[in-house]
Ligand binder design. Structure first.
Ligand SMILES: [Zn+2]
Ligand SMILES: [Zn+2]
Length: 81
């Protein structure tokens, strides 16, 4: 079964003053105008590019992601019972 991970799709414009950093915490590059950024839901690493966050989560939080998928699976099973 293919499981995809939905990320909130709305865009919330934030200035670098709001997020209190001007670099991506993952790749350390300077954030540029209209970069897509997000934070990690599993740790407080800080603001990262959306792409960087994907890599970060898949590399650092394999266990958490698996758990989440299992939880989701249990819930669905429960709904059907
Ligand atoms: Zn980055
Ligand atoms: Zn993290």
């Amino acid at each position: 079964m293919v499981i995809v991970l939905w990320r909130e799709s709305w865009l919330k414009p934030l200035s670098i003053y709001d997020i209190e950093t001007d670099t991506c915490k993952f790749c350390k590059r300077i954030l540029r105008d209209q970069d897509f950024v997000t934070s990690c839901e599993f740790c407080d690493i800080g603001i990262m590019h959306d792409n960087c966050a994907n890599e970060h989560v898949l590399n650092k939080h394999k266990v958490e992601v698996k758990k989440k998928i299992e939880l989701h699976r249990d819930k669905r099973l429960h709904d059907f019972q």
